[in-house]
Structure formats: C-alpha cells, structure tokens
Design a protein around this ligand. Structure first.
Ligand code: ADP
Ligand code: MG
Length: 673
C-alpha cells in the first residue's frame, strides 16, 4: 500500500521525510516511543500520515493530542488538505464544544482536554491503535496527566489483537526524562537543519518594567524599525494576548500608513506591510491567511501569542521581535486563587522564540528588553503548568477514573502537595468529594460537563430548580473568549462603552452575569444577530459559538435529567434571585466584601485586596456595593476581579464556613489511602 502513496514535493523536503520507514518501524516495534525534532521538521503533520499509509490505523484510529485548540484545528485542516480529503472525513478534529469527525475518521487531532474526557468514557481506549501525545515539551497540565495515565496502560491489551501504541512527541530537551519516565523507551531524534540567528538586546525594557504595559508600544516601534531598515523577509512579533495584539496591530497599521516607500525604506524591493494578528480565539479562516506567502514586494508581519513559538510554524520568517512577556494563569498561594498575569518568559522560551527566525535561512532576533532584564527577571526554564495552576478539575477527573491516591499518581513532575491538597479541599467545598476523599454522586455528575467544577455546580443546582434557561447561556458565554469588543481609539472606545452600558441597564438586574445572559437572549431573538452585534460592539462569532455551546450543554443536561439523577427542588424566591443564589453555590469560593473606598477584600481566608475591573458594568458603582462574587482575577497593576455580581450576605452565610471547615491535613491522610 505504502508504495502507491505519493507525498507532495513540499512534504518530501521536510526533515522528517527521510526517516519515514524507520519511524514507522519504530512505532510498530515499541509500545512507547519518544520522537523529537526541531519545530517545523514535520512531526505533527507528517507522522500520522506515515502511520496511516503503513496501515497502522487498521486496528483503530490514530489520535494526536495538542495542548492548544487552534493547533488541533489548523493542523487537521492542513493534513486533510495535504491528503486531498474533506476535513471531517478520514482526517478530523475534536476540541471542546466542536466535533469535526465522522465514522470514517482515521486520523483525529484533539486537544489534550478532550483526550482526557475520552479516557473517562472509555478507559482502555478501544477505538484507538495509536495515541500520539504532541508538544510534550510544553508541559501542559492535561498532557502531563495523559502521559501518567498512559504509562499505566502498558502491556495491558484489553482484548486487542495489537496493544495500544503510545508516541510522545517533543520539540526540544526533556527527551531523556520522558524516556526514563516511560520505562526507558527508545528516543527517535530527527536531525534538524537550522541557520544562525543573530540576537540583539535593545534595552527598551529593564528589570523595573515588569509591571507596566510599556512593552506594547516598544514592540510596535521595533517592528517598524525592522520593516524600514532590514532587507526583505517576514517579521514575527511575540506579544501576550488578544487585546494587546489588537492594540499593537492598530498602532502598527496607523504608523505603516505614513511610510513613504521612496525614502523611508532601505530595501527597495519592499513596498508594503501586511499586518496579521494571531491568537487562540481567532476565527480559523483568518488564521489560514497567516500561512500564505505575502504578495510580491509585501512584507508580512505576524503579531502572535506564544502559539507561534512551537505549535504553529510559519514559513518565511526572518525577523523576530520578542516582547519578553507571556500571559499565564498561575495559582497564587498568597491569594489562594488562580490569577491571569503577564510575566517575563523564561530564557529557554526566549531561545525557542528566537529560533523561529532561522528555519530557512539566517535570521535576526530583536529582544526589546535588556541583558539585565534577561539575567534578573527571566527564569532558566518555564515551570510546568502542573506545578503552578489549579488542579481541581484534573483531580476530579483522576478520582472519577478510579485513581484514588492522587498524591502517588505517576506525575512526570510532581506538583507540590499543597496544590493537590488545595484541589481536594475545593472539591470537598463543592460537595464533589466527601471527607474520605470519595467522589460523591454530585461529583460524578459534575465530571460530565466540560466546565469548571464551580460553574457546573451552579448549573446543576439551577437545573434542579428549573431555571437552567438562565444558567446554561451564562455557562456557555463564559466558555467562549472575549464577547465584548473594546476598541483601542478613545472615541470609539466611548461609543462601545455606552452601548455596553445600555445592554447592561436593559438586563434587569445590574451585574455582569445578567449582562451576558441579556446579550445571549438578544442575539437569539434577533432576526439579524450579526448586525445587532456589530452595532453594539459585540463579537458575533463569540456569541455564535456560545449559542452552540449552550445547545451542547443542554444535551448533556437533558441526558442526566432523563436518567433521573437530578432531583427537583423549589426555593421561595423570584427567578432573578434564584439565579443569583445558584451562582453563589458555584462561586462562594470567590466572595469579596467591600472594605475601604473602591477596594474589596476576599472572604476565602486570604483576605486579599481586589478591585472591580473596568470592563465590569459595576465599575464605578463600588460605593453602592457591599458583598460580591466574581468569576476570575486578572493581575496587572492591581488585582482586578472580572464578571462580577452583587449578592446578599445571607445567600453565602451558610456556605462560607465550608471554606474553613475541613483541615487540609485531614484530606491529606485520605489522599494517601
Ligand atoms: P513540527 O510538528 O515538527 O513542528 P509541522 O508538522 O507542524 O512540524 O510542520 C511542518 C511544515 O508544515 C512546516 O513547514 C509548516 O510551516 C507547514 N505547515 C503546517 N501547518 C500548515 C498550514 N496550516 N498551512 C501551511 N503550512 C503549514
Ligand atoms: Mg508540531
């Protein structure tokens, strides 16, 4: 069969191509295999095709996990295109709330989160012949857990004719560690070809600038300098997140318009600049543009999040502009919560970013920060997610998989015991586990939903009280990114704010959750929702995804209702109050009370000072508030809480003691049983 397959000339040029036969053999001969190679060598797009053409999918599908949703989708698109197939047929993808596969699917790209859910439904993965855990070097929480779970499957064939094959792919380093972890399995290294990259420190950001947003402006300045002074070749700018990228693109666009190509630009073959943003929540058809070569004479400038560091490879990049920062969700022991913050990247990350300029020829990397910043502010390596983020959802999944001893689970890097205990404590607070650490019936229901356990709990209570019509849309809207458009220019910013306030005032009760619900319902009722969104500075695409998420959550809820596992209840209050009281059940861990002036104090025992984020409809109304709950925390100059709702103390009075009731040491003893 393999003799008849022909690969495109482009695919034959990839470093991995020469090792096609050996790779297939290595997968056939081993239960576990580690594959490593430079980013862009063809691991993600090619290896699954080789295995497919070698007939390895005859015993079951080939599944490839990705830490990032966008990567799973774009790679599946690319591979189906390379194979000349329709996406969703033999090659498909499945990410949270979006399943593009069919009965015929043989190569399936999924997020690592989806793969975990798959294991919950089918612990021995009977559907699959090969599981490829990709981007293992990124050390995402879910991939780390999957490596531990799959390690345990070794040898057990569970009625299969051929045992499940596990391939772990990684761009750099750590291969020894991965191999040792998987019983010293073989490592297949694909030699890379890379070209030298000149690295320059521009001293625009110093050790004192870690808390400011100065880097956005500086990055724009440097990108323009590169454009006007350097020879032809595309630019890749690394920034922190969607809003920063949009801001930078707006600024770049304005400044690029003023360039006179007769005088300002050194290389006469360069006659224009094409500015393209790239971030996770971007519509996929726009993402496709990123990969296309720019028109003759035009220089492409991609402004991206870390997604362009390893998950996606853009050809033609010759210049890197590195902001030195990344946006990360970190669990803060001081605050007792996960907070989203912009932090300096690690030195290894900076090297990875720089390397993107040297794939096809020699390149240059411009670091906007100083050598001092490099030495004083940037750690050597990025800490794996499992050691810095909340483990609540993952621990519940493990417990539901029958892994009772979550402390002695085979972790590639053991999280601090404190993080595991915090997760257990939170699960106990949500009534998902009991004092002995056993999953409760509520916990078993909670794991069915691909949502944060707190939000799921609010949803299940709302369902019991028959007001899920209010909670489902809110859960859906919170599951998609960036509903509200916040333009960069001051004039348009005002207009957008006014429109948003208008929607909030129509929502009945003044809080951000009700506002989300109102946007959802307005769109659902409108004849032309996209026009309504445009008029009101709302991302129609985001709402559209939320409409689909709502439907999918409804399906899960409907199934549970039919199984009769949701017991009906009745409370003596009106719907709006029932809604907010249900929210309290999911968010009583995030309660704050107003203290001095506009500041609030969290009630989880840490007593942290927080402020209402300017994006909240309650911003500016602090003096009228007393108790509030909030969805998440963003740390910039201060700790800001977002998506906020005023509550009454008596709604949480009976819940708050639960935050202090159980001693973590008690849970620690049961965790070891
Ligand atoms: P690796 O996984 O080893 O980093 P990939 O398989 O992702 O490598 O990429 C191999 C090649 O395919 C790269 O040159 C990359 O630019 C190209 N490629 C990947 N996805 C796309 C796409 N969606 N459009 C165009 N080219 C792509
Ligand atoms: Mg890859």
């Amino acid at each position: 069969m393999s003799g008849q397959v022909s690969y495109s000339s482009e695919a034959c040029k990839l470093p991995i191509y020469q090792f096609k036969k050996e790779l297939v053999k290595a997968v056939k001969d081993n239960i576990f295999l580690v594959v490593t190679g430079e980013t862009g060598s063809g691991k993600t797009t090619q290896l699954p095709q080789y295995l497919y053409h070698a007939g390895l999918s005859k015993g079951g599908k080939i599944v490839v996990t990705q830490p990032r949703r966008v990567a799973a989708i774009t790679v599946a698109q690319r591979v189906s295109q390379e194979m000349g197939l329709r996406l969703g047929d033999e090659v498909g993808y499945q990410v949270r709330f979006d399943d593009c596969t069919s009965k015929n699917t043989m190569i399936k790209y999924v997020t690592d989160g989806c793969m975990l859910r798959e294991i919950l439904a089918d612990p021995v993965l009977t559907q699959y012949s090969v599981v490829i855990l990709d981007e293992a070097h990124e050390r995402s929480l879910n991939t780390d857990i999957l490596i531990g779970l799959l390690k345990k499957t070794k040898g057990a064939s569970h009625g299969r004719s051929v045992p499940l094959k596990v391939v772990v792919m990684s761009a750099t380093l750590e291969t020894e560690k991965l191999s040792a972890f998987l019983g010293h399995c073989p490592v297949f290294s694909i030699p890379g070809r890379t070209f030298p990259v000149t690295e320059k420190f521009l001293n625009l950001i110093g050790p004192k600038d870690t808390e400011s947003s100065l880097y956005i402006k500086e990055v724009v300045k440097v990108a323009l300098d590169v454009h006007t002074n350097e020879r032809a070749g595309d630019i890749l700018v690394f920034l922190t997140g969607q809003s920063e990228i949009q801001k930078a693109c707006d600024m770049l666009f304005q400044k690029a318009e003023a360039i006179d190509y007769r005088y300002d630009v050194n290389d006469s073959s360069v006659e224009g600049l094409l500015i393209l943003p790239l971030y996770g929540a971007m519509p996929t058809d726009q993402q496709k543009q990123i990969f296309q070569p720019p028109p003759e004479g035009i220089r492409k400038c991609v402004v991206a999040t870390n997604i362009a560091a390893t998950s996606l490879t853009i050809n033609g990049i010759k210049y890197i502009v590195d902001s030195g920062f990344v946006k990360q969700l970190n669990h803060s022991p001081r605050v007792g919560m996960d907070i989203l913050e912009v932090v300096p990247i690690s030195k290894s990350e900076a090297q990875q970013r720089a390397g993107r300029a040297g794939r096809t020829s020699a390149g240059k990397c411009f670091r906007i920060y100083s050598k001092d910043f490099w030495e004083k502010c940037m750690p050597e390596y990025t800490i794996p997610e499992i050691q810095r983020t909340s483990l609540t959802a993952v621990i519940l999944t493990l417990k539901c998989l029958g892994v009772h001893d979550v402390i002695r689970f085979p972790y590639l890097d053991r999280p601090e015991e404190r993080l595991i205990l915090t997760a257990l404590k939170q699960l106990y607070q949500y009534d998902a586990i009991d004092r002995r650490g056993q999953v409760t019936s509520l916990g078993k229901l909670m794991v069915e939903f691909p949502l944060h356990p707190g939000l799921t709990r609010a949803l299940l209570k709302a369902a019991a009280l028959e007001c899920e019509d209010l909670m489902l849309p809110v859960a859906a809207m919170l599951s998609v990114e960036n509903i509200f458009i916040r333009p960069g220019q001051p004039e348009t910013q005002k207009e957008a704010e006014q429109k948003h306030r208008q929607i909030a005032s129509e929502a009945g009760s003044c809080n951000d959750f009700a506002m989300l619900l109102n946007v959802f319902e307005k769109c659902k009722a409108s004849d032309s929702p996209s026009a309504w969104c445009r008029e009101n500075w709302i991302h129609w695409r985001a709402v559209k995804s939320a409409l689909s998420v709502d439907t999918q959550l409804r399906v899960i809820l409907h199934r549970l209702k039919q199984q009769g596992v949701i017991e009906k209840e009745k409370w003596d209050s009106n719907r709006s109050e029932v809604f907010r009281r249900c929210l309290c059940l999911g968010y009583f861990t995030n309660v704050a009370r107003r203290s001095i002036g506009k500041s609030f104090c969290t009630m989880d025992g840490h007593g942290s000072t927080v402020h209402i984020h300017p994006s909240s409809v309650l911003f500016g109304m602090e003096s009228q508030l007393d108790w509030v709950i909030f969805h998440d925390v963003l740390a910039t100059s201060r700790m800001f809480v977002r998506t906020v709702c005023p509550i009454r103390y008596d709604w949480v009075k009976d819940l708050l003691p639960k935050l202090h009731e159980v001693d973590v040491y008690e849970l620690s003893s049961v965790a070891r049983e």
